[in-house]
Design a protein around this ligand. Structure first.
Ligand SMILES: Nc1ncnc2c1ncn2[C@@H]1O[C@H](COP(=O)(O)OP(=O)(O)O)[C@@H](O)[C@H]1O
Ligand SMILES: Cc1cn([C@H]2C[C@H](O)[C@@H](COP(=O)(O)OP(=O)(O)O)O2)c(=O)[nH]c1=O
Length: 185
């Protein structure tokens, strides 16, 4: 069974594409931050309702992931798993916030390596337009540019599938995802 991860900045179309692929493959769809105890706390911090140090937030994303991986491994016994955000979100977003990359890698040592990572990219302005108005602290233009550049750097090192979604329809991107995943198999 395959563990497939979607990554990309907010508004790149991850949730849309991850759900379409999961449906097509009859796979289990899941996401981070999760709806678990730690994931819920993370969402409160992202909305600005609570505050903490950026390193604390990095630790919370990693802790949320420890719990999540148990579920992912259980599901992988029966079906493919499509995950909307994973470890690479921590590397791209938390380093863009100024957290030391080695620290992030250390606290995520346990993270199971996905079989395939699909990175969706988008022109930053189009991504923000797709989201409507800014909802969370990370949905700022300059910050997202930095995050996307970090993702592209990781993509080269780790051999991600990279698909640009700018000015392309949801169906067109979905076709591309299917074709490129087939090539990887
Ligand atoms: N290729 C696309 N073209 C236009 N709009 C899109 C496209 N893909 C997704 N959207 C829309 O953009 C918004 C954000 O998409 P979503 O999949 O939630 O992105 P993400 O999970 O990366 O933040 C949604 O309203 C979605 O319907
Ligand atoms: C999983 C993860 C998410 N994030 C951030 C990215 C998003 O801005 C935010 C919430 O994720 P998410 O709900 O997936 O937002 P969206 O659907 O808009 O892409 O959490 C991190 O900074 N580090 C992480 O490890």
């Amino acid at each position: 069974m395959m563990f497939i991860v979607f990554e990309g900045i907010d508004g790149s179309g991850k949730t849309t594409q991850a759900k379409l692929l999961a449906k097509k493959l009859n796979a289990f769809y899941t996401y981070e931050p999760t709806d678990g105890l730690i994931g819920r706390l993370i969402r409160e911090i992202l909305k600005g309702e609570k505050k903490c140090e950026k390193e604390t937030l990095a630790l919370m994303f990693a802790a949320d992931r420890v719990e999540h991986i148990r579920l992912i491994e259980e599901k992988l016994r029966e079906s493919h798993v499509v995950c909307d955000r994973y470890l690479y979100s921590s590397i791209a977003y938390q380093t863009s916030q100024g957290v030391d990359e080695d620290f992030i890698l250390q606290i995520n040592r346990f993270a199971k390596k996905p079989d395939v990572v699909v990175l969706l990219t988008v022109d930053i302005e189009e991504g923000i337009k797709r989201l409507g108005k800014e909802k969370e602290i990370f949905e700022k233009e300059r910050f997202l540019k930095k995050v996307q550049n970090k993702y592209l750097e990781l993509a080269k090192k780790e051999d991600f599938i990279v698909i640009d979604t700018t000015n392309r329809s949801i169906d067109d991107v979905h076709e591309d995802v299917l074709n490129q995943i087939n090539v990887k198999l």
